[in-house]
Structures are given as structure tokens and as C-alpha cells.
Design a protein around this ligand. Structure first.
Ligand SMILES: [Zn+2]
Length: 257
């Protein structure tokens, strides 16, 4: 009885937010046109995506860096891609952070590492995006803007960074998202560890890969690049990595191919 009452109350609250944060038809059509890979989803899924995008916009705070002003159109284009992976999972896994910082272009980050013998190394790393536990998520607008075309080579910076957020939802960036129980976690690790090892061999051999070779860096990067391909190049992804595709389809509760 109370449960029914609570869920009705929540539905009403969500409905008010969706109305307050409604995305105009014009902006929605413009956003869909800029992301042609979304044409694979059904009308019902896209309606649900539009609704979830409004809820996401209500919870998150966008800010521009380097003089960039984040317009409504930019925020919607980022939000819709961030919501795609959680279309059937809901926004709960994203609740650990609020801020999304958008830079005009890639960012050069200064890194410092100390090696095994205690020598400190300084180096620069060029980033199109970054996700840290507790946030914020950082994105390069130039990379977001090219998401329509870059889908062809299975590249999508927003999905990549939000896959990291999902990965970290259980407290560790280890290529394993929050799963219902221990057995699911074990099953996940069996598949992804084997796929990752095979992928590293192919990258080491210098062969061309559908997935970004950057995925060979670590298993958490492998999960992120596999998620990109799963959503923006699903047919190719299913053809080359059927086991990994099935694992992601089960986790995301979607089958884009
Ligand atoms: Zn990454």
C-alpha cells in the first residue's frame, strides 16, 4: 500500500521535472539529426530517452572551461548520449557526481608518476575526456561535436566517459560495473578478462581493430571502448566480439544491433 503510494508520488515528481525541463521539438529533432546512430532505436525507446534526458539535465550542472559557453543545445547533445547507456538502468548509477565540465577542445594534463626505483617522471597526456570517482566528468566539445561522424570508427567520447562512471559505481575502476550478485561478477570477469587478453594480443601484433587500441591500456579502458562500439557501431561489434557484445547487451538491457 505504502509502496504503491510512494511510487505514485515519485512518478508525479518526475512528471513535473520532465515538464519543467522539456526539450522543445525543434531542439530534439536537431539533436537526433546530429547523432544519426540513434536512428537504430525504436520510437518508444527514443521517447523514453527524451524523458530521461530531461531528468538528467535537472540533476546535473554543466559548466564551460577555457571561455566556452555551454548552450542548451550543447547540454542536450551531451545529456542524450550520457543517458543512452542507462536507458533501461535509470539514473541511479550517475548519482555519485553532479558536475560536467566542457572544454573547447582536448586538454593537456600534466602527469607525475614515481617509478619502482623512486624516480619521478613528468609527462603530458592529451585527454578528450576524463571521469573521476565522485566527478566531475570532463569532456572536449570538439569530440562531442564530431560524434555523428566518429561513430563510423566506433568512437564516442561521452559514452566512453560515462562507461567509466558506471564502472566506478561499485567503488572501483576495474572494468566491472555494479552487478547484482557475486556469481554475476564472476561470470562478467571470465568473459571480459578473456576478451581483454585476446584484444591485447591483436593490438601487440599491430593488427587493425574495430575497438580503439587504447582499450589495451587496461581492462577498465577496454570496457569503456567496448561500450562505445556497442552503442555506435553495434553490428560491427557483434560481428567481431559476439561474446563481449552479449555480455554488454545483458548488462545494459539493450540490443542495439
Ligand atoms: Zn578512458
Amino acid at each position: 500500500m505504502i509502496r504503491g503510494w510512494l511510487s505514485r508520488l515519485r512518478a508525479q515528481r518526475e512528471q513535473r521535472i520532465v515538464q519543467r525541463r522539456a526539450i522543445s521539438n525543434e531542439l530534439w529533432i536537431e539533436t537526433m539529426a546530429s547523432l544519426p546512430f540513434l536512428a537504430r532505436w525504436s520510437v518508444a525507446d527514443l521517447e523514453a530517452l527524451r524523458r530521461l534526458t530531461s531528468l538528467f539535465l535537472d540533476e546535473k550542472e554543466f559548466s564551460g572551461a577555457g571561455g566556452l559557453e555551454v548552450t542548451d543545445a550543447m547540454a542536450v547533445r551531451i545529456a542524450v548520449q550520457a543517458c543512452l547507456p542507462v536507458l533501461h538502468l535509470g539514473l541511479q548509477p550517475y548519482r555519485g557526481f553532479v558536475g560536467i565540465v566542457v572544454h573547447p577542445d582536448e586538454v593537456v594534463a600534466r602527469r607525475v608518476v614515481t617509478d619502482d626505483v623512486g624516480v619521478v617522471h613528468h609527462y603530458d597526456e592529451t585527454l578528450a575526456g576524463e571521469a573521476m570517482e565522485g566527478g566531475p566528468v570532463m569532456l572536449s566539445w570538439r569530440d562531442v561535436e564530431n560524434a555523428g561522424e566518429s561513430a563510423e570508427w566506433a568512437y564516442n567520447v561521452v559514452i566512453h566517459e560515462f562507461a567509466h562512471v558506471l564502472d566506478m559505481a561499485d567503488g572501483a575502476a576495474d572494468g566491472v560495473p555494479l552487478l547484482a550478485h557475486r556469481a554475476a561478477r564472476d561470470a562478467w570477469c571470465r568473459v571480459i578478462d578473456a576478451e581483454y587478453a585476446a584484444f591485447c594480443d591483436v593490438v601487440d601484433a599491430g593488427e587493425d581493430t574495430l575497438l580503439d587500441p587504447y582499450g589495451a591500456e587496461s581492462v577498465d579502458e577496454f570496457f569503456a571502448v567496448a561500450s562505445e562500439a556497442f552503442f555506435v557501431a553495434p553490428h560491427e561489434m557483434r560481428g567481431e566480439h559476439p561474446g563481449l557484445y552479449a555480455l554488454l547487451a545483458q548488462y545494459y538491457r539493450q540490443d542495439p544491433a
